[in-house]
Design a protein around this ligand. Structure first.
Ligand SMILES: [Zn+2]
Ligand SMILES: [Zn+2]
Length: 144
């Protein structure tokens, strides 16, 4: 009976320190997010399925069967795209999540890209209105 020993501390993976521009010319200076392609998402599904299969396999048959939540959804995942300073897309675009098919950074499209990125999540105006409706400002605060 052995006591499980803690794994040795792992050095940071070298790639984390030497992230390169997607175009491979220089160290990454900026990054943004895009959705996963089907090919990129499939391993996530496979891993989750394997995890569930194993849990079911090891489940005690005298107990109620394990209950799983929904399978991973592509909308829960993004992948980081890296670019050097010369190949970054615009700040506005970098703040948004790009389509899986986005080819940025593609030199011909810079500082834009070839997709319609998802809108930035904004603070909901409805919530703001509800707030001010619930708490009317003092009359002398209203300008104009
Ligand atoms: Zn570059
Ligand atoms: Zn894009």
């Amino acid at each position: 009976m052995g006591t499980p020993t803690a794994p040795d501390p792992m050095p940071a993976p070298p790639e984390a320190l030497t992230l390169q521009c997607t175009l491979g010319d220089a160290p990454a200076a900026v990054q943004w997010q895009r959705r996963l392609t089907d090919a990129e998402f499939q391993p996530i599904l496979d891993a989750e399925q394997a995890r569930r299969d194993e849990i079911l396999l090891l489940a005690d048959p005298t107990q109620p069967p394990p209950v799983f939540g929904p399978m991973p959804d592509p909308s829960d995942y993004t992948i980081a795209v890296y670019a050097c300073a010369a190949h970054g897309i615009s700040l506005d675009l970098a703040a948004r999540i790009h389509q899986a098919t986005c080819t940025a950074p593609a030199v011909a499209d810079l500082p834009g890209c070839n997709c319609s990125p998802e809108p930035t999540p904004e603070p909901t105006p409805e919530a703001d209105r509800a707030f001010s409706a619930a708490r009317p400002l003092p009359d002398h605060w209203v300008t104009g």
